[in-house]
Design a protein around this ligand. Structure first.
Ligand code: S3P
Length: 184
């Protein structure tokens, strides 16, 4: 099984991908980490500063292509993958796409002191990105899970949310194939 987590910055993709991978006993792969390794830079911020965003997106394409045939893994994808259908198509091949959805108000609180995300610095810009991407996350996902209730997740809340994700994945995989195709 290949599960791909998508969603806006700060929606909890890495956090829940790690916890779900532990629970299912499978590998968790972060596209940001792989793209960074390829870049030779020390951070994503440095790629944006010293190279540019295009360079980062090229590295994301390379990374996604390598993950195309991956199985038995949770892939935690950078928030921008939905803007590039090629990246998304590579990642989601034979996989289930889970959209982690949070309101921007909660995300702003979660990322208040975060300096690691180059696209979460200018309020106007990230608001526009949020508006632009929301319909794309919805369009490209098989399952949506709300992670918006809290700023941080207690162990209990984390477990509950994981139960919810697992159940939705199970319902989706149990669905007859024709129903899934209708959605496409
Ligand atoms: C980005 C999101 C980041 C990272 C890069 C660009 C985006 O990942 O890929 O800073 O375009 O939304 P997270 O969603 O894990 O923060």
């Amino acid at each position: 099984m290949k599960i791909i987590f998508i969603g806006f910055m700060g929606a909890g993709k890495s956090f829940f991908a790690k916890r779900l991978a532990e629970r299912l006993g499978i590998e968790r792969i972060g596209t940001d980490e792989l793209a960074l390794k390829k870049s030779g830079r020390v951070s994503i911020g440095e790629i944006f500063d010293k190279d540019n965003e295009i360079k980062f997106r090229e590295l994301e394409i390379e990374t996604a292509k390598e993950l195309r045939e991956k199985d038995n893994a949770i892939i935690d994808a950078g928030g921008g993958v939905v803007e590039n259908k090629i990246i998304l198509d590579y990642l989601r091949e034979n996989g289930i796409v889970v959209f982690l959805n949070s309101s921007l108000e909660i995300i702003e609180k979660r990322l208040k002191d975060d300096g690691t995300r180059p696209l979460f610095k200018d309020k106007e810009k990230y608001r526009r990105l949020y508006e632009l991407r929301m319909p794309l996350y919805k369009e490209y996902s098989d399952i949506t899970v709300g992670t918006g209730g809290m700023i941080f997740f207690s162990p209990d809340e984390t477990e509950k949310l994981l139960d919810n994700i697992v159940e939705k994945i199970k319902n989706h995989t149990d669905k007859p194939k024709s129903t899934k195709e209708e959605k496409l």
